[in-house]
Design a binder for this molecule. Structure first.
Ligand SMILES: [Cu+2]
Length: 135
């Protein structure tokens, strides 16, 4: 290999690395999907662990026989909703009819341990409550 070929090879390698780096930075961060199941009378998982400053889709599925909701007022006050998602959360509450799934997309804000509960009569008393923890 003569010196010209070596130089060209090095330049091509450097160009390749720069192109790869640019591709990584140009990609928007994909949100992490967090599935949560609602049934009589609990959440699965009962503790939702999230990282501060990350994007998520909370995929709330009601696999039970009656309507449930996921109310986490203090938590939802700290998030930044993706377009179209704020309308699915009313006063910090995601209502999910039986058999349905609601996707709510947002970026997390302040770290903390936030309570979530079902606001349907007696459901929380029967155990339908948990935590959203932002680390
Ligand atoms: Cu419920």
């Amino acid at each position: 290999m003569n010196s010209t070929t070596k130089r060209f090879g090095g330049a091509a390698l450097a160009f390749g690395l720069i192109t790869a780096a640019a591709r990584v930075y140009a990609q928007p961060a994909e949100p992490t999907v967090i599935p949560v199941q609602l049934t009589e009378f609990h959440y699965s998982p009962a503790s939702i662990d999230l990282q501060q400053g990350h994007s998520y889709v909370l995929r709330v599925s009601n696999v039970g026989g009656v309507a449930h909701d996921l109310s986490a007022k203090a938590f939802f006050r700290t998030v930044t909703f993706a377009p179209g998602s704020a309308d699915k959360v009313r006063d910090g509450d995601i209502e999910v009819p039986k058999g349905e799934t609601v996707d709510v997309a947002f970026a997390t804000g302040k770290a903390g341990d936030y309570e979530m509960r079902c606001t349907h009569p007696l459901h929380a008393m029967f155990g339908m409550k948990g935590h959203v923890i932002v680390h």
